[in-house]
Unconditional design. Structure first.
Length: 100
């Protein structure tokens, strides 16, 4: 997170003067607002995983063993598609399963 001094102190023309000034409550309040907005911006940019996930990715996501994943397939809890020798799971199906 790179905060430019102009963003923190928009009213200061000469940024070199900041090194010789005490920090005021107004400065701290301004900093907290900027910091919170930066954090909210970062949280809003959460990346969603790919639409289709391989078995290894699903196991890491759910923190389960290969046998548990196989049981979820066998009993129909988790839908999948087999393409060649690779099994793919739809991310939305995994979310729905977790919400149940």
């Amino acid at each position: 997170m790179n905060l430019h001094p102009r963003k923190l102190f928009p009213e200061v023309d000469n940024l070199e003067l900041l090194s010789h000034q005490p920090i005021t409550k107004k400065d701290l309040l301004n900093f907290s607002h900027v910091l919170l907005s930066e954090i909210q911006e970062m949280l809003g940019k959460t990346e969603q995983p790919a639409q289709w996930l391989k078995s290894s990715e699903v196991r890491k996501l759910l923190k389960i063993s290969p046998g548990t994943l196989q049981n979820l397939r066998i009993n129909g809890t988790l839908n999948y598609k087999r393409i060649g020798g690779i099994i793919f799971y739809k991310y939305d199906d995994i979310k729905k399963m977790l919400e149940k």
